[in-house]
Design a protein around this ligand. Structure first.
Ligand code: NAP
Ligand code: G4F
Length: 372
């Protein structure tokens, strides 16, 4: 009797509250080599998970963000990488069959909004039908009750915003092939939850940045430029729409929200955001402040420029090549539901994020110039 009681206490109370149970969890991440993939891998490995990541075949190295996990002694035999592509439905099915994960995170996407206008077909194949490939694999393998699924939805789905701030109930109005494809994935995820009872969650994440952010996204483009300027460059930065506003958070804070969604007993969709919005122009100002440069702006439209207030040197000019055929001018998220239900809130302010990114890019630039 006493032994039985101890057994129940150990299995149902001590293991769950100690987090020890996570030692037995296996996660599969599509999009493991991207910004969020790298932060999520680290987060899950730290929690004791075994993590399987999927990388695409590439003619050059594409694992720069995650190589360090291979070498880390604490993660030995708990981190694995497999070749795969979301557009290859059989490869997706075989991976799930072989790995038998308890959690699947779909972070894989052609994630650049401007590029999606040039590659609408490829974007739809990956960002829309790719998600369906995973959900269909779960269903065909009869894994409905064994696996939890996270879908990387996006604030881009609000596009031409119908409400301020945007919540889980705000109507969508996508403005790019990327956003339309993501909207398909958002709804198909919901549909598979309702139709087949699969534990599927979509995180509607607003923009999130970090030192691992791709270099063609506007924040990282700016912080890299500011770092080069700090080390003596004479270049000018060319940007597109300076007046777009985004709700920018820190990617490291946001991957925790993905995990929290899959730990809850009810599958649901959540907005993840900071509740603050800032223009591209103000982001430029903040980034230059980080290296002690005050910026002032002059001119209008295509002639608008940013100058250094002590030297009057031009720092930023407009290049219409960076404009989009249809733009998302304003995003501001309300993450109250995630706060109330999951206990999630952002930990990092925009000022801290800019500091982290600029300092990291200065270090990186120093290393590059030392080695060349
Ligand atoms: P990211 O850095 O661009 O990473 C995307 C990942 O997807 C990379 O690992 C990429 O591989 C992989 N990938 C692309 N096409 C693929 C395909 N056909 N099959 C398999 N993998 C493929 O994006 P992120 O910033 O980490 O964002 C993660 C996810 O969240 C994306 O789905 C994005 O759309 C979404 N999202 C991002 C934000 C944000 O602000 N960052 C906000 C909302 C939603 P390679 O490394 O080989 O290119
Ligand atoms: O940094 P961006 O390219 O990010 P965007 O378009 O907001 O998309 C990112 O966030 C989404 C979440 O809402 C994700 F779903 C998506 O995968 C991606 O991670 O552009 C931000 C804003 C835009 O309004 C753009 O027009 O900055 C403006 N911008 C101005 N100059 C620029 C530039 N964007 C880029 N990439 N490059 C420029 O030179």
């Amino acid at each position: 009797m006493f032994i039985q009681l101890f057994f129940y206490l150990f299995v149902f109370i001590l293991i769950p509250i100690s987090g020890f149970a996570n030692d037995y969890k296996t996660a599969l991440i599509f999009g493991a080599t991207g910004q969020d993939g790298a932060y999520l891998i680290e987060f899950l490995l730290e929690k004791g998970y075994t993590v399987h990541g999927v990388k695409r075949k590439s003619s050059s190295f594409n694992t720069g963000r995650i190589d360090r996990f291979y070498e880390h002694p604490a993660y030995k035999n708990r981190f694995f990488i497999h070749y795969g592509d979301l557009t290859d439905s059989l490869a997706v099915l075989h991976l799930i069959q072989k790995i038998q994960p308890q959690e699947i995170y779909n972070l894989a996407a052609q994630s650049h909004v401007k590029v999606s206008f040039d590659l609408p077909g490829y974007t739809a194949q990956t960002d829309a039908l790719g998600t369906l490939n995973i959900l269909e694999a779960i269903r065909s393998l009869n894994q409905q009750n064994c696996v939890k699924f996270y879908q990387a939805s996006t604030s881009e789905m609000y596009g031409l915003v119908q409400q301020i701030p945007q919540t889980e109930d705000t109507p969508f109005y996508p403005r790019s092939p990327y956003a339309v494809s993501k909207l398909f994935s958002h709804w198909i995820t919901k549909n598979y939850r309702e139709a087949y009872g699969i534990f599927c969650c979509s995180g509607i994440l607003f923009n999130h940045e970090s030192p691992l952010r791709g270099e063609t996204f506007v924040t990282r483009k700016i912080t890299r430029f500011v770092a080069k300027k700090f080390l003596g460059s004479d270049d000018v930065l060319y940007l597109g729409n300076l007046h777009a506003k985004r709700d920018w958070g820190y990617a490291k804070d946001y991957v925790e929200a993905m995990w929290l969604m899959l730990q809850h007993d009810q599958a649901d969709d959540y907005v993840i955001a900071t509740g603050q919005t800032t223009s591209v122009k103000d982001f430029v100002d903040l980034a230059f402040q980080e290296i002690g440069v005050q910026v002032y702006w002059e001119g209008q439209g295509l002639d608008e420029v940013a100058k250094d207030s002590s030297t009057h040197q031009v720092l930023v000019r407009i290049d219409p090549r960076y404009f989009r055929p249809t733009e998302v001018e304003f995003l501001l998220g309300d993450a109250s539901k995630a706060n109330k239900v999951l206990g999630w809130k952002p930990k990092t302010t925009l000022k801290q994020l800019v500091q982290i990114m600029v300092q990291n890019d200065i270090e990186l630039e120093r290393k590059v110039s030392k080695s060349s």
